[in-house]
Design a protein around this ligand. Sequence first.
Ligand code: SAM
Length: 296
Amino acid sequence: MEKFDYQNHTIIQGDSLDILSYEISDHSVDLIFVDPPYNIGKNFNGHKDKWVTEDDYLNWCYKWIDLCIDKLKSNGSMYIMTSTQFMPYFDLFIRKRMTILSRLVWYYDSSGVQAKNYYGSMYEPILFCVKNPNDYTFNAQDILVEAKTGSKRKLIDYRKNPPQVYNSEKVPGNVWEFARVRYRMDEYENHPTQKPIALLERIIKASSNIGDTVLDPFSGTFTTSFVAKQLDRKSIGIELQEDYVKIGLRRLQLTDEYRGEKLQKEIRTFETKKTQIKNLQLFNLFGKQSDKTLIH
Ligand SMILES: C[S@@+](CC[C@H](N)C(=O)[O-])C[C@H]1O[C@@H](n2cnc3c(N)ncnc32)[C@H](O)[C@@H]1O
């Protein structure tokens, strides 16, 4: 285990079961976002996300779910993800321990062909759970979205007396559309399941306040800690793999050096000099930038 503590932000490298058991105090966290391995065979830097049996995976998950619940304050909230096929088991397990207030669908579009013989997977489920349904943080005013129907068409609500124009903003429903993090996006890091900043912004704004502590036991690229820092929350991020911890240290600007190594964002192929030179040559030849050089 290795711990990097910088003012309000802590990054811990290690196994989240151990760290949750021995390093984080019970009832100390306001919000937990959990995005664990999904048991679908993703490759996390050489570590395969696949358990021998489904029961092995679920029994492992049940252990850290119970620990996460212990870490939450009595008015705390937890957002938890897994693959569509395992979410029903999570739901059944958690509903005996917390109140599930929303079953969210994070929907994204995909330009590629997802599947040809069945319906492609275009969403990921998220449970929004609270310890106490009568006492929890929900900053509805901070996450309002445009209410398209009424405001755009300037409809009048005649049920009100006197009649009024419809609201132009509303609290989002339980289907959230955010683009997945793609290679060319500024926020992209080299990780197979990086979550979008926008998704975490909505969650952290809604379910925590300035100065609150936000915990992510499977941090990956540390999107949760990064957004928590931007929003003046405290953060604790746990991650098993050193390469991802390095991403976190850099992303949170906690240090620019790790064991003598300068922490720098990986240069993407389209950012390399070679591509720029090729583009310049084509520009000189044809007078415009060729799209072909942008394909890798
Ligand atoms: C689904 S990814 C999280 C992605 C993250 N939400 C992001 O935005 O980048 C799950 C992460 O859990 C890490 N992990 C797997 N087993 C772990 C364990 N036992 N303890 C801590 N981290 C673990 C993996 O290395 C992987 O980076």
